[in-house]
Design a protein around this ligand. Structure first.
Ligand SMILES: Cc1cc2nc3c(=O)[nH]c(=O)nc-3n(C[C@H](O)[C@H](O)[C@H](O)COP(=O)(O)OP(=O)(O)OC[C@H]3O[C@@H](n4cnc5c(N)ncnc54)[C@H](O)[C@@H]3O)c2cc1C
Length: 468
């Protein structure tokens, strides 16, 4: 525990993932008496222990290995790395511990007590905290922020106790490198693991219950991702519905209602998540989650009870660590300062760590067309960038959507190496008001050479040449 625990607070936050941390730090910085409750032995939430951090560490290790093996110079010199899934997974442990230690420091420096245990509402001003040792204590607060996150959705007909069937939490404990995998669910997590396993040379079936991958993205990016996955040998099945999954000692058979059967070494279930609301005592405060365990909130993250806020995965889309953190800050800001600057919540970029990665912000072509906005497009192909040629990361593109009259940037969509980094250059210009948000910024700025950021100049010139 990082500070003395009292019985009454201005704010009690439930959960220490990014949502809870953002809320707690914002309230603490404003001099409020705030405490946070966490049921896991360690701080950081699913984000640090089973979500963002371990998956991105694993992805990085796979990338380093495949990149080394694919490099002709290293290959000629005899380099050939063949690490197993568990060996590659090791790297995440150090990162997780560093993250936990760093976060612990945040709470300590801000004198915020971290109360260990499972929180449960008793009434509208009180939560009961049940510790792992069975002790319980009641804490009262004037306001609460629920940041309890989510867990993988587990349909009853799938036997998750079978050693060949995994979800996104348990896949991290996989103790061998499979030769083949079926991934059921083609959302962000499903697509990210698809490219990771394919880079490990596994045969991958990706089963999508929808007609396209990641429908919220710009169509051209979706097409590029699907093309690239197929080009790498991934078998994508769209518009499928599960019939049954049968696992045995020598594999898993995934039968689809269309009559198709897919047999692989293991199956990763990546179809949806459920909010962690079932044991929160919400019935005692008159709140009811939806069928996915999520809570409805208004634009200020208040539930139907104005002093009880909810942020992060427990409120659903976009279910990103980045979004959870700013939502937490905004909820605490709203509670203690009144109004909040909505810019950071209204304009959340998407970062998808497939390989190559994807990132976007702003409108898609589909949205602009539907809204009849006169826009133009500028493209930069990675294969034409010197930096991409040097690093060998030539698959990808940057695409700028801009207003053909005002030249204001309306959307930035990137598919390829460092997409999640370079999107923020476009974000910074898009966030400017009036004439400062202009395609001309990219045309008239000098970029370091060679850089991936230079794609902005190439795309801007490409688009500007279309304007007449
Ligand atoms: C495989 C995977 C990869 C991901 N990759 C990315 C990525 O690259 N980028 C990105 O932005 N997002 C990513 N995400 C999503 C990201 O992890 C989540 O959006 C983020 O963790 C949500 O934060 P949160 O604070 O809402 O909840 P969480 O991080 O889940 O934290 C909730 C905390 O609340 C605690 N808790 C729950 N109930 C109680 C209770 N009753 N009492 C006390 N404590 C409780 C839990 O123990 C947990 O510590 C990924 C997710 C997965 C699964």
């Amino acid at each position: 525990m990082s500070a003395d625990v009292r019985d009454e607070y201005d704010l009690v936050v439930i959960g220490t993932g990014p949502g809870g941390e953002g809320a707690t730090m914002q309230a603490a910085k404003q001099g409020q008496r705030v405490a946070v409750i966490e049921r896991q032995g360690q701080l950081g939430g699913a984000c640090t222990h089973v979500g963002t951090i371990p998956s991105k560490s694993l992805r990085y290790m796979i990338f380093r290995m495949t990149d080394t093996n694919a490099n002709p110079v290293f290959r000629a010199a005899g380099a050939s790395l063949h690490l197993t899934f568990p060996e590659l997974r090791q790297a995440a442990r150090t990162v997780i511990q560093r993250q936990v230690d760093m976060r612990k420091g945040f709470y300590e420096r801000n004198h915020v007590p971290v109360i260990p245990g499972q929180a449960r509402f008793v009434d509208e001003q009180t939560v009961e905290v049940l510790s792992a040792s069975g002790l319980s204590r009641r804490i009262r607060a004037k306001a609460f922020i629920i940041a309890v996150g989510s867990r993988p959705y587990r349909p009853p007909q799938v036997d998750f106790s079978h050693p060949r069937i995994f979800d996104s939490d348990t896949i991290l404990d996989l103790n061998f490198t499979p030769q083949s995998i079926t991934i059921y669910g083609a959302g962000v997590v499903g697509c990210e693991y698809t490219t990771m396993f394919r880079n490990l040379n596994c045969k991958v079936n990706l089963v999508n219950t929808r007609s396209k991958l990641l429908e919220f993205l710009d169509d051209e990016i979706i097409d590029a991702l699907a093309y690239h996955m197929r080009d790498r040998g991934v078998l994508i099945r769209h518009n499928e519905v599960l019939d049954k999954i049968e696992a045995s000692d020598n594999g898993v058979v995934c039968s689809l209602q269309s009559g198709k059967q897919l047999k692989t070494d293991i199956l990763l279930w990546a179809n949806g998540r459920t909010g962690n609301t079932h044991d929160l005592g919400l019935e005692n405060v008159g709140l009811a989650p939806n069928s996915r365990g999520q809570l409805d909130v208004n634009q200020d993250f208040q539930t139907a009870k104005p002093h009880i806020y909810a942020v992060g995965d427990v409120i659903g889309f976009p279910s990103l660590a980045s979004a959870a953190y700013v939502q937490g800050r905004c909820a605490a800001g709203h509670r203690f300062q009144g109004d909040v600057d909505r810019t950071m919540i209204d304009s959340i970029p998407t970062g998808i760590y497939t390989s190559p990665e994807i990132s976007s912000i702003g409108k898609t072509e589909r949205e602009l067309t539907a809204a009849r906005v006169p826009y133009e497009i500028g493209h930069a192909q990675y294969k034409n960038l010197a930096r991409a040629q040097i690093t060998g990361q030539t698959v990808g593109m940057l695409k700028l959507l801009f207003h053909r009259e005002t030249l204001a940037i309306l959307g930035v969509h990137c598919f390829g190496a460092t997409a999640a980094e370079i999107v923020h250059i476009g974000q910074a210009i898009m966030a400017q008001s009036g004439e400062a948000n202009s395609l001309k910024y990219f045309i008239n700025s000098t970029f370091n050479y060679p850089t991936m950021a230079e794609a902005y100049r190439v795309a801007a010139l490409n688009g500007y040449n279309r304007v007449f």
